[in-house]
Design a protein around this ligand. Structure first.
Ligand code: HEM
Length: 317
């Protein structure tokens, strides 16, 4: 009895609250990052060119003279996100039910309360646990291959590199975790509460569900587009889009040139067929001109004579 009273008079530590604040802060940044990240990834739906443009812009290619990007920029971005990811996970572990007994209590409570937000919390724990592994694999891959982001390189990683199962699991986990997380932050810190808290809560919940469906749908669509590109590109896996685009460009130029020559030949042929006489005239005049060019001009003839040294030996006796 005495020790309990002793404890309750001790000043409560602010550390847990500060850790909660830090967890909310890192969660908010990662959640907003994920929405932007997914919109950028989904540029592949608009075509290889637009994804390549996004990838180059993320590599700050607009700062270089030759349009080549700086993968180091992506490396630092991944490094910062990976650090936030690890801090957020570390802070999140504090809330995990670490014993079977704790787990039992939560499940019993969920079944008893049938309270949606409590269920959402359980989804957070479960998706967070999966992302410890799936998210780390993805982030480590990006950290060690910052220059390998592009329509073909990404598609090859997903298909030829067999990353697609990981991306499906990670996509479902991160989109659920990010939207539920931001919804819970609004509830926890009273953001957008408005005059009628109950009403704004219902509105925020609807928005949360719609955002989850939106990001899951575009994420799955983008993954399907990557898979189609990756299957078509299997025999040239590892080829960069830029080189391929450049090669295609040269080919197109060659083709255009060939077509031009062909068109010209057809045109000449057409003229020949339509106006044989004129043609013949033309050939003749060209011939004449040619022959004219070959006949040295009379002066020149005379010049030649002058130039010849007089052959004194042969003078007629
Ligand atoms: C700065 C850090 C990050 C970068 C540069 C990055 C980059 C990329 C890139 C380029 C892709 C396309 C596929 C590929 O090339 O392999 C991708 C896909 C994906 N990333 Fe990230 N990512 C980052 C952080 C994260 C984080 C923290 C998560 C979640 C924990 C995540 C989840 C995903 C998912 C789920 C996909 C598949 C997208 C889809 O389904 O269409 N990414 N990421």
């Amino acid at each position: 009895m005495n020790s309990f009273i002793m404890e309750s008079t001790e000043k409560k530590s602010r550390v847990p609250a500060r850790l909660d604040f830090l967890q909310s802060g890192t969660g908010l940044i990662l959640g907003l990052f994920m929405w932007v990240h997914m919109l950028l990834i989904c540029s592949i739906i608009l075509g290889k060119g637009s994804f390549n443009f996004v990838a180059k812009t993320m590599e700050l290619a607009f700062l270089s003279d030759n349009g080549q990007g700086f993968p180091i920029a992506v490396f630092f971005a991944v490094f910062i996100i990976f650090t936030l990811f690890i801090i957020h996970a570390l802070l999140g572990v504090r809330k995990f039910p670490i014993s079977w007994k704790q787990h039992r209590i939560i499940v019993d409570q969920m079944q008893m309360m049938k309270h949606q937000d409590t269920n959402l919390w359980y989804i957070q724990v479960f998706t967070g646990f999966i992302m410890f592994f799936a998210g780390s694999v993805h982030l480590y891959t990006m950290l060690t291959n910052p220059g390998s982001i592009g329509p073909y390189m990404s598609a090859d990683r997903i298909v030829s590199g067999n990353m697609w199962p990981l991306y499906i699991i990670l996509l479902i986990c991160v989109e659920l975790h990010a939207t539920i997380g931001i919804y819970r932050l609004c509830m926890k810190w009273g953001w957008f509460a408005g005059k009628d808290a109950r009403k704004s809560r219902a509105k925020l919940k609807t928005l949360k569900n719609r955002l989850t469906i939106f990001f899951l749908s575009i994420g799955i669509l983008a993954l399907l587009v990557f898979v189609v590109i990756g299957i078509k590109h299997k025999d040239r896996a590892g080829e960069r889009y830029d080189n391929h685009a450049a090669a295609e460009h040269v080919q197109a130029d060659d083709k255009a040139l060939e077509t031009n020559i062909l068109e010209e030949e057809i045109a000449i042929e057409k003229i020949t067929i339509e106006n044989p006489s004129r043609e013949i005239e033309k050939i003749i005049s060209e011939e004449i001109n040619d022959s004219h060019d070959k006949i040295p001009a009379p002066e020149a003839e005379h010049d030649w004579e002058i130039k010849q040294p007089a052959d004194t030996t042969h003078e007629v006796q």
